[in-house]
Structures are given as C-alpha cells and as structure tokens.
Ligand binder design. Structure first.
Ligand SMILES: [Zn+2]
Length: 267
C-alpha cells in the first residue's frame, strides 16, 4: 500500500468547518469536522483506478483535522470526501445517466449532481448502541455501520463473488458463504468474532415477525443515499435513479475539461 507524507497545517483558518453529515454526528463525541482542499498531488493520487479504501483513508486523513476516519460512519466518510473534493475542484460532481421510465418515451436522460444534491436516509436514532428486547438478540449491541466495518467486510469477502440480485456472497464453487444483510449485522455487533456471530444469527429460531427485526436493525444503522430524481427533457417524466457511491467514483469531475480549457491562452 502506498504511504502518504503528512502535510503539517498550522493555521486553522485554512480549514472549512463541516457541520452537516448524514449521521447528524449522533455516533460521535464531536459535532463538526475541519477539512482543507486536496493538494494537486493528492488529487492525482486519487485518480488511481485501483484506489483502495485504506489508501483513500490515508490520503483523506491528511486533509482532515484530528478525526479517526475509521470511526466515521461509511456514509459520513463518503460525504466528507465529496466535500473535500468540492473544496478542491469546484466543478467536481458527476453525470448520472438513466432511461426515461415513460414507456412511450424511453429517452436517454441524465443529470449533473454534486455532493449537495445527495440526500441520505437520516440516522433516525437518538443514541448508540442499539439493543433489542428479544432473548436471543439481547447479548448483542449493534453499532452504526462505520468505515472500520467496511474494511472488515471487504477483508471477509475479497475472494468471494457478490450476487447483486440475491445480495449473497458465494465462493468460486458457487457455495453460499454469506447473506449480506446477516454479515453486515454480524460485523456491527460488539462481538469481535464475526463468523461466530454470523453463525449464531443464521441459526436464530425467530418467529416471522422477529425476522423483520433484523431488517429493521439494518435499516436503522446502515444509512443509504436516496435515489436522485432526473426529469426527462422530452416528456417531463421524473425518473428515480439509485446512486451507489463506490470508492473508485468518489472523486470524479467529469465536466472539468471545459472549465480548464477556458484558463488557457494561446499565442
Ligand atoms: Zn421521457
């Protein structure tokens, strides 16, 4: 893994204070974060197509004051990176493409979005951790899904095949290894042995009503981006498009070419 040299920044006035994050700062003992723009070197490093989460964290930590990024909720971390990106390159953002859902139209539609167009599911809980009054679930304290949990998830599943339809992980011989929702729940508990927790949750003897509890826990603790609405230029139909913020696409700026061209003088 590449290492990043620490850039020392003495003057806090060069930092911008971030007061809004998807989690509402509920999981933390602080309520704002100071960020500075990425340097040119950092921006170039971020364009690596093979960008790993560890390297992104290492780069981002240089531009953030006194915060353990591994402890941020994954959604907060992504929004923080997008905010730093916006400070660094004003045209940052990307074009979301889809097809008009009006079956008489079916035009190609698109919309340019920046971090400020993203709307996250709120973390709708007053405090953490979450415990559940069901005997078999009582020992578990559930935490919000944080960056450190994503690292564990990636390590456990790196040699597995993820099926986006069933949300299951399989090995190369097509054997079901993890159900994603159960794996995520196992990772965010206070118990370190993820596989043991997974097996316990998998073997729980719950009533049908209680099975929904597991879903509900996940909904409360893993917060997602709401779909972006794209209006069709031809028929005005609004189509919803889900956005998945993959690590590799956190720092795109697909429309910067034109604005850079404006800065050049010839002859
Ligand atoms: Zn249309």
């Amino acid at each position: 893994m590449a290492k990043v040299e620490k850039i020392t920044e003495e003057d806090i006035s060069e930092y911008t204070e971030i007061l809004e994050l998807p989690s509402g700062f509920i999981p933390y003992d602080f309520n704002s974060i100071y960020i500075r723009p990425f340097t040119v070197g950092e921006i170039l490093a971020l364009q690596d197509k093979q960008l790993s989460l560890d390297f992104l964290i290492s780069l981002t930590s240089q531009a953030v004051k006194d915060i353990d990024l591994y402890n941020l909720s994954l959604s907060d971390f992504k929004v923080l990176v997008l905010n730093i990106g916006y400070l660094s390159v004003k045209d940052s953002g990307w074009t979301v493409k889809s097809t008009c859902t009006n079956t008489d139209c079916l035009s190609e539609i698109s919309k340019h979005v920046t971090v400020f167009d993203l709307d996250f599911e709120d973390l709708n809980i007053p405090s953490l951790p979450l415990t559940v009054d069901v005997p078999d679930l009582k020992p578990y304290k559930f935490d919000v899904f944080r960056v450190k949990h994503q690292i564990i998830l990636e390590k456990l599943t790196k040699d597995l095949i993820y099926d986006r339809i069933s949300n299951n992980y399989y090995n190369k011989s097509n054997k079901l290894i993890y159900i994603q929702s159960l794996l995520v729940l196992s990772i965010i508990t206070n118990i370190d042995d993820v596989d043991a927790t997974y097996n316990k949750l998998y073997s729980l003897d719950l009533t049908k009503d209680q099975v929904n509890i597991l879903d509900k826990i996940q909904t409360k603790l893993v917060h997602y981006i709401k779909p972006v609405e794209i209006k069709c230029e031809h028929c005005n139909t609004i189509t919803e498009k889900n956005i998945i913020l993959e690590i590799e696409s956190l720092f795109p700026y697909d429309e910067s070419e034109d604005s850079i061209e404006k800065l050049f003088n010839y002859g």
